[in-house]
Design a binder for this molecule. Structure first.
Ligand code: NAP
Length: 302
């Protein structure tokens, strides 16, 4: 064995989501109270579910609990059907009903959809003003052009964590691993808008380690446990782990936390990092949707 002294282990700052989430929920609760005073009822969030699985129910119950905490009226809308054709038809019908329900200010659809039911079904049906998770092409297009619309809550949470790490985004080299329309790509657009130089990596990327090693900011949203290790990181990098995976009955992210926290300057844990912030931001999007619908109605009535 080598007699060289081990370098003293440093530890990255842990970016916990709970304190930030609690600040956001307090602000939303105040806005909800003002809304109730003006309307006589709370704003509603409809969560559309196409086929229930145990892990997705845990996630949905968390959202409904978070709604109740701030006074939002959360509801689960079950879509019936045993085959993709029926499910797609019923999904469209359910979303259209919610679009025209004045007590529902925001709609989210639980992902992944059942096999054979495409995201396009949701995209074609959802009203952009109620699309609080930013999947409608209008919202996705506004984001792409750098205008304000609804952005996916998970990408928003990852960006918020980057801001809260204190890293200077402008001019930074950022690597985003994952190019999905709900996490990787929206985040890449947002970071580009904030003047980072962004490299988007995916399953066909060659030499991922070299790309990661060059980055000041690393966001991992691949759904692959242990994909990024401390040995791949530039010392002092900010690491945002969006991944949620179940390994041996435990929830873990995409980053090997133990090795990464010795090299990074700040890192989000899983669980407890991006996840809680995502839920809180979703509530803030719901409240913003309710306010925007009021403004649209005022313009229409004027
Ligand atoms: P997704 O649609 O499955 O996309 C995964 C992306 O990762 C794809 O672009 C894929 O590349 C890329 N990828 C897969 N394996 C890779 C590898 N070995 N090397 C590099 N890239 C690889 O997933 P998603 O919906 O974006 O979600 C990503 C993760 O975030 C999942 O673990 C999900 O559970 C989690 N998530 C967390 C939250 C939260 O609130 N924290 C919310 C939503 C999702 P290709 O495009 O080439 O296939």
């Amino acid at each position: 064995m080598s007699g060289a002294a081990a370098a003293p282990a440093t530890s990255a700052r842990r970016l916990e989501g709970a304190p930030f989430a609690s600040e956001i929920r307090d602000r939303v609760a105040a806005d909800v109270a003002a809304y109730v005073a003006g309307h006589g009822h709370p704003p509603g969030l409809a969560v559309v579910v196409c086929g229930r699985s145990a892990p997705s129910m845990v996630y949905l119950e968390r959202i409904l609990k978070a709604c109740a905490q701030v006074g939002i009226e959360g509801s689960l809308v079950d879509v019936p059907g045993d085959d993709p054709e029926t499910q797609a038809r019923e999904l469209t019908a359910a979303i259209r009903r919610l679009n025209s329900d004045p007590r529902v200010a925001g709609i989210i659809v639980q992902m992944p959809l059942p096999t054979g039911v495409g995201l396009r079904t949701v995209v074609d049906a959802i009203e952009p003003l109620k699309d609080i998770d930013g999947i409608h092409p209008l919202n996705a297009g506004l984001l792409r052009l750098g205008y304000e619309g609804f952005i996916p809550a998970t990408a928003h949470a990852a960006l918020e964590m980057i801001h809260r790490s204190g890293v200077e985004v402008s001019g930074a080299d950022a690597v985003v691993i994952g190019r999905s329309p709900v996490v990787g790509m929206p985040l890449a657009f947002m970071l580009t808008k904030e003047d980072a130089t962004v490299t988007v990596c995916h399953s066909r990327t060659r030499d991922l380690a070299a790309k990661v090693r060059a980055a000041d900011i690393v966001v991992v949203a691949a759904g692959r446990p242990g994909l990024v290790t401390g040995a791949m990181l530039k010392p002092g990098a900010v690491v945002i782990d969006v991944g949620i995976n179940v390994v041996d009955g435990h929830i873990v992210g995409d980053v090997d936390f133990a090795s990464a926290e010795r090299v990074a300057s700040a890192i989000t844990p899983v669980p407890g990092g991006v996840g809680p912030l995502t839920n809180a931001l979703l509530l803030s999007h719901l409240m913003r949707a309710a306010q925007r619908q009021d403004q649209a109605k005022e313009r229409f009535d004027a």
